[in-house]
Design a protein around this ligand. Structure first.
Ligand code: MN
Ligand code: MN
Length: 479
């Protein structure tokens, strides 16, 4: 027989709030769906390790699903109607797509936005040198990394470059088992006495993150830098490139490992680039799902580049790219389009800025506020605000909007938790929410908790990935 609850217990149940692990609240069917979704995600991010690759993977699926290029539609004078599905590919690095709803675009659209660039090691524009019998790639890191984490792990070379004829060459070396990989070396402990005394951000400096490219000299007494010549020769044979043509290349070194299950219970996923491709994938899948049948409100998915370096540039969230897309949508769905239609549309729109959050880490508990931190396995993390120090630079979501979002998630039984980045004055960060909010859009940061963020092997929970996906579907449907 169940014991009678005391008055205090009943009151506590009614008035206090406790966030449980999502695993405790799901059924067996859900477990299969979670595992299946995780497998699909792992395959997807193994193929999409750069913004270009992720973009291309999404694009090929959109085309299969009947989405059409909005610029083609515009040039043919085609008017859009409810049920139409359109995309705009921005230079192969960022992407936006929409399922046109029954309601007019100027009444506002629902958006889920994420970024598809991740921290990595970029090649410099004049990258080759030789030293100590090695050919070496000179690099410049991209995004906020702890330098030392990127040494002594297998790296793969991804990107694009142009040959002498001006033809684009796509590069991907180090992903197949039979491929060679690349590596940034580190100093042996025996000689690291001085290095170990330095601060962590100095003991491997940015300029020291250079990548081993090879070591076999070209057999010819008459040339200098013989190893460099061997490497240039191999690259020339394969891609038709020369040292000079590297000036325009975009080559990124990323961890060569694949996404893997973590833990005996396989509840977690370790991979490179969860930030922010786990949210991007969940957003992509959610928007695809909403494009089946005709949504009431237009459902938009925005996948941006350059977030890790401040969202600048014409593929970043600070560009006019997103605004222009909404203008295109407006102009093709109303008679006598005017700029006011666009301004109204933006001001009436709602966006989830889908970006990862720092998961509570028991190894470093002192930087977290346990009451507002996000936890792996507890669902979708909502961050009312971001920013540093006194919330500086953050987009602080309005109470009204936050309440409405929570109500939509609750209605769809989507488990959410808090997601504030660390204790006050311990650091901070930003996302793309602020750039949408600056246009008048109601925007809320909301994403998946991640351990070891910006490291070569970040960790998320499978159930949070699945919960985020369900949350994004709910938001696109009912906001
Ligand atoms: Mn991010
Ligand atoms: Mn990041």
């Amino acid at each position: 027989m169940e014991e009678q609850k005391t008055e205090g217990q009943r009151l506590a149940e009614k008035l206090t709030f406790e966030i449980k692990s999502c695993w405790e609240t799901i059924g067996e069917n859900d477990k299969d769906a979670i595992a299946e979704f995780a497998e699909q995600y792992k395959k997807f991010i193994d193929k999409g390790k750069t913004e270009r690759e992720f973009n291309a993977e999404c694009l090929s699926i959109l085309k299969e699903e009947g989405f059409i290029d909005i610029e083609t539609a515009l040039s043919q004078g085609k008017k859009l109607k409810a049920g139409d599905k359109v995309y705009q590919n921005n230079r192969g690095k960022s992407l936006v797509f929409a399922a046109v709803g029954r309601a007019a675009v100027k009444e506002g659209v629902n958006i889920v936005g994420a970024h598809i660039d991740s921290p990595r090691i970029d090649l410099k524009t004049n990258p080759f040198y030789e030293d100590g019998g090695f050919a070496i790639f000179d690099t410049h890191y991209y995004g906020g990394i702890k330098h030392y984490q990127w040494t002594t792990i297998p790296l793969a070379m991804h990107g694009v470059m142009f040959n002498k004829k001006g033809e684009k060459q796509t590069v991907c070396i180090g992903e197949e088992e039979s491929d060679p990989v690349f590596v940034i070396t580190d100093l042996l402990p025996h000689l690291a006495q001085d290095q170990m005394q330095k601060k962590a951000n100095e003991f491997v400096r940015g300029e020291e993150l250079d990548v081993l490219a090879g070591s076999e000299p070209f057999k010819d007494e008459k040339v200098k830098d013989k190893v460099k010549l061997t490497i240039l020769n191999l690259l020339n044979q394969k891609y038709g490139v020369t040292e000079e043509t590297f000036a325009s290349a975009e080559i990124e070194f990323v961890p060569a490992h694949k996404a893997r299950d973590v833990g005996l219970d396989r509840s977690l996923i370790g991979a490179y680039g969860h930030d922010d491709r786990c949210c991007a994938y969940a957003a992509f899948r959610a928007a695809l799902e909403r494009s089946e049948g005709t949504p009431e409100k237009t459902a938009v998915c925005l996948l941006t580049d350059k977030e890790e370096i401040g969202s600048m540039g014409n593929t970043g969230a600070q560009s006019r790219f997103f605004e222009n897309f909404i203008a295109y949508l407006c102009s093709q769905t109303v008679e006598n389009y005017s700029d006011i239609d666009l301004r109204l549309a933006l001001n009436r729109s709602a966006m989830l800025s889908a970006d990862v959050n720092a998961a509570y880490d028991p190894n470093f508990s002192d930087v977290f506020d346990k009451k507002t931190a996000s936890y792996c396995g507890k669902g979708l993390a909502l961050s009312k605000y971001t920013g540093v120090r006194g919330k500086v630079g953050g987009s602080d979501a309005n109470a009204e909007f936050l309440q409405k979002t929570q109500a939509v998630l609750d209605k769809h039984n989507v488990r959410w938790q808090f997601g504030n980045l660390g204790k006050v004055d311990k650091g901070g960060g930003g996302t793309i929410a602020q750039y949408a909010a600056n246009l008048g859009v109601d925007a809320l940061d909301c994403g998946i908790p991640v351990l070891s963020m910006h490291s070569p092997f970040e960790v998320i929970s499978k159930i949070d990935l699945w919960t985020a996906y369900r949350g994004y579907v709910a938001f696109l449907k009912d906001m």
